[in-house]
Design a protein around this ligand. Sequence first.
Ligand code: HPA
Ligand code: ZN
Length: 330
Amino acid sequence: MQALILALPKAELHLHLEGSLEPELMFELAQRNNIKLAYSNVAQLRRAYQFNNLQEFLDIYYQGAAVLQTEQDFYDLTWAYLLRCKEEGVVHVEPCFDPQTHTDRGVAFSTVIGGVSRALADGLQKLAISSALIMSFLRHLPEQSAFLTLEQALPYKELITAVGLDSSELGHPPEKFQRVFEKALEHGFLTVAHAGEEGPAEYIWQALELLQVSRIDHGVRAVEDEKLMQLLISEKMPLTVCPLSNTKLQVFSHMSEHNILAMLDRGVKVMVNSDDPAYFGGYLAANYLALAEHLPMSKVQLKQLAQNSIEASFLSTAQKQPHLAKISQL
Ligand code: HPA
Ligand code: ZN
């Protein structure tokens, strides 16, 4: 199973670049930028990665992102992630980044997007990994802050494919950002949104109907609403599911309880992603392996998950074709 997991061409569609900041790099950047961390070493920091819910994770995650200061820092972060992708047979990535996490502490938007996009361009040239970048709005911040971020992004429009919505879900429904997403759609951005991770199925409805999303990030609580399930199936709406994230943040109490394969068998377009791999215990292959270990996953199901990842990506039909052909041969 492990050999097939690695050999299958895979796309990663739900990955927070700030969530790929490994403790080792965090300490290196802290030293480079003269920042004092609240932890004295890597082991102590890793021990703090115990979360009872999304908010407990987010509090540590935003704290960690503070070491990212210069264009080179954002390059190094993104490049380290791409190197992991190369090792694991990930052929295409659609990572997201949170500009407000950085601009709110005085780092320029141009610094962030400069480093990230330079690494993604190198990823294509040197590693043959294609990409599309997603800019996420922090939903715990006001609508006005998202509008400002959208404006800051406009000069870099060619570098950004879609806008997204992340951070604390409960109490911050998609409808709060309907007007911002309308504006983003007018500017030609595609849209995605985290919904139905901790929030109810109602938030998935809102993301579909008010934000006109191309994909739902997480979406695992859709199973609580049969009418919604029917719609997701008939519309082939992708759900970017993150197994290790869901168990780390206690959305499911154990991997054996995860609903991804049940949804797959019902015809929902689910696929596997790593979300915040530096915090949740593994990159894409580790997520597949965790599923294979705790759920009865067949080769057919595994191949379907990889196929869904390519099909649900923002690649063109022609760009998807060679990856899909390789999957069918394996
Ligand atoms: N959910 C919401 N916001 C996030 C996540 C997540 O899984 N990861 C990073 N920001
Ligand atoms: Zn996420």
